[in-house]
Design a binder for this molecule. Structure first.
Ligand SMILES: Cc1cc2nc3c(=O)[nH]c(=O)nc-3n(C[C@H](O)[C@H](O)[C@H](O)COP(=O)(O)OP(=O)(O)OC[C@H]3O[C@@H](n4cnc5c(N)ncnc54)[C@H](O)[C@@H]3O)c2cc1C
Length: 410
């Protein structure tokens, strides 16, 4: 009987196990996770869970019974410490050694902390796990002053949730604008205006020297000596792919565990998926590491096929969403790859969509809208990119030209 061992019981790990069973794999499956919980979805951690509107139980991929029914062995609170690629074994923190025929690495990412004085004070938080979310959620008391370090997706979602809980919120961004890594300046300015309208202060070009406090954080101290009094801090400055295990075993790593378009790493019988994987994507002609729900959901199904010997290229147009207040932000492709950006709509109208083109090719789209206002437009653009359709910038910017028609005409 073949044995698939999956290291990392997050979304990608849980999905890999399920996909194998859904596709009829009959061998043994062991899912190893260092967290105490069954695989769960992280997106609600900065949204509903943080606001106390959902519990972690609500965001589980599946309950214990489902794993039992599908004959998936789950080892919780258990860390894989070392791999022996020639013997095909994994050493676990509980002293066990597993032998595998196929090994899947879905180790995800580790939230980056700020290595500064006071960075370990009580009240300074990261947000990656359910445990983190419970700790941050407990800080969101009416009237509390929360500083958020980092104006990326996670930081801005926490800002919105905290404002909705009645906190005073200051976002501290080191770059000259928020969302600098992922979105054009115009889109980021719109997002900033939404936050400003809700009373969140966003400071840019900020240089933080330390956090001051006794046992607990009391203030953020800036390099110019000024201070911001706070009750709590959330550091949201991105993640580093968790590649320790892979690197130590000698697998090829380059901003993630390098895989081909089928999920295979540089070692025979070893695969990777999710936030930890830098997969070759033929559409872009390069290795891409995605940090998104879509990727953690879809890549495992492909990888399961590879394990079963039914190879199918994994090559989607990336898509992700973010919810901030009653606004929904969605992107497809790479909105930050452009020489030209045009838009239709405006924040004032409740929906705005930005189109990023490079050398006349549609490379990305970013929509910001109330409720589901931009969902269809983003989807049409994603389909254009899937099919290699690139309308002219003027057509994309013209609200009288339906995107659906541009897609059909392409
Ligand atoms: C707060 C938050 C909000 C988000 N919101 C959105 C959103 O709105 N939209 C969106 O598209 N995406 C969002 N994301 C991103 C999305 O959740 C991630 O891309 C997804 O969770 C990645 O899944 P993964 O399985 O690759 O990694 P993870 O979910 O990080 O799972 C990896 C697991 O592996 C475990 N592990 C690591 N090393 C070992 C080891 N050696 N042994 C055993 N276990 C190990 C880790 O403890 C972890 O449980 C959000 C993420 C966070 C944190």
């Amino acid at each position: 009987m073949e044995h698939v061992v999956i290291i990392g019981a997050g979304q990608a790990g849980g999905r890999t196990a399920r996909a194998l069973r859904e596709q009829g794999f009959e061998g043994d499956i062991t899912l190893v996770g260092e967290e105490p919980l069954l695989p769960y979805e992280r997106p609600p951690l900065s949204k509903a869970v943080l606001k106390g509107e959902a519990s972690v139980d609500d965001v589980m991929l599946a309950d214990e019974d489902a794993y039992r029914q599908h004959n998936i062995t789950f080892r919780a609170n258990c860390r894989a410490d070392a791999l022996d690629l020639s013997e095909r074994t994994v050493s676990l923190s509980d002293g066990a050694h597993l032998t595998y025929d196929h090994l899947v690495l879905t180790t995800g990412g580790v939230a980056k902390s700020l290595p500064i004085l006071g960075g370990d004070l009580e009240g300074v938080h990261l947000l990656r796990t359910a445990e983190h979310a419970a700790a941050v959620s407990a800080e969101l008391k009416e009237g509390a002053h929360l500083a958020i370090v980092g104006g990326g997706f996670i930081g801005l979602e926490v800002a919105a949730s905290a404002r909705q809980c009645g906190c005073t919120v200051t976002v501290l961004e080191g770059f000259e604008r928020i969302l600098a890594r992922s979105l054009p300046a115009e889109t980021a300015a719109d997002v900033a205006s939404v936050h400003a309208g809700k009373g969140t202060e966003i400071r840019t070009n900020v240089r933080i020297a330390s956090f001051r406090g006794g046992a607990r954080v009391e203030a953020v101290v800036f390099e110019d000596g000024s201070e911001l009094a706070v009750d709590a801090v959330v550091v949201g400055i991105g993640i580093a792919p968790d590649v320790k295990l892979a690197e130590e075993a000698g697998l090829k790593v380059d901003n993630g565990i390098v895989t081909d378009e089928f999920g295979r790493t540089s070692a025979a019988g070893v695969y990777a998926a999710g936030d930890c994987a830098a997969a070759f994507m033929p559409r872009y002609g390069r290795h891409v590491r995605l940090e998104s729900y879509q990727n953690a959901n879809l890549q495992p199904a492909n990888l399961a096929r590879t394990i079963r010997g039914e190879e199918r290229v994994y090559d989607p147009v990336p898509w992700l969403w973010s919810d901030q207040y009653d606004w929904n932000l969605q992107t497809a492709g790479f909105p930050n790859e452009f020489d030209t950006v045009v838009c239709r709509g405006s924040v004032g109208e409740g929906a705005v969509v930005y189109f990023s083109l490079r050398d006349g090719e549609l490379r990305g789209v970013a929509g910001l809208g109330q409720g589901a206002a931009i969902a269809r437009d983003v989807r049409f653009c994603q389909m254009m990119m899937e099919r290699g359709v690139s309308p002219k910038a003027e057509q994309l910017a013209d609200p009288d030209v339906a995107l659906k028609d541009l897609l059909k005409a392409g």
